[in-house]
Design a binder for this molecule. Structure first.
Ligand code: UDP
Length: 142
């Protein structure tokens, strides 16, 4: 086991429903250390670049429209095995399939696109996604 960092995004639906605080409380209670955070209103280029691996898929345009619909809160989380630990508390991609008590079950809508939160799915994506939103000196150690 090793200390890792992962990128979390509180997506627009959770922001507009005033669930930022509730989600952050869940992250801290689950022992993730928040080492960086900010609120961003993504532009088209930022959203398309972030989800570049999905370009051309049938859901891509709807996903980008959703991500542009309101600000998002991006966070860097640190813990033992943070990448898999966060994927576990986040739940399945489609909130309808997400286990009870997971973030997507509790803060996602009953539609795969509007699933409330994002989390990096591998060490490589975590490194890319953290660097996508934060410079090295914005990520803290404490
Ligand atoms: N998504 C969607 N339709 C799909 C699959 C995914 O709208 O059929 C959206 C959903 O918001 C998801 C994001 O695209 O979180 C990225 O998809 P991915 O397969 O990478 O799932 P994740 O890693 O977010 O669970």
């Amino acid at each position: 086991m090793a200390i890792e960092r992962t990128l979390s995004i509180i997506k627009p639906n959770a922001v507009v429903k005033h669930n930022i605080g509730a989600i952050i409380q869940r992250l801290e209670a689950a022992n993730f250390k928040i080492v960086a955070t900010k609120m961003i209103k993504l532009n088209q280029e930022q959203a398309e670049g972030f989800y570049a691996e999905h370009k051309g898929k049938p859901f891509f345009d709807a996903l980008i429209d959703f991500m542009l619909s309101a600000p998002v809160v991006v966070l860097v989380l640190e813990s033992e095995s943070a990448i898999t630990a966060y994927r576990e508390i986040m739940g399945a991609t489609n909130p309808v399939d997400a286990a009870r008590g997971t973030l997507r079950a509790d803060y996602g809508e009953a539609h795969v696109t509007f699933n409330g939160v994002h989390g990096s799915d591998s060490p490589e994506s975590a490194a890319r996604e953290i660097a996508y939103f934060f410079s090295d000196n914005e990520v803290n150690s404490y």
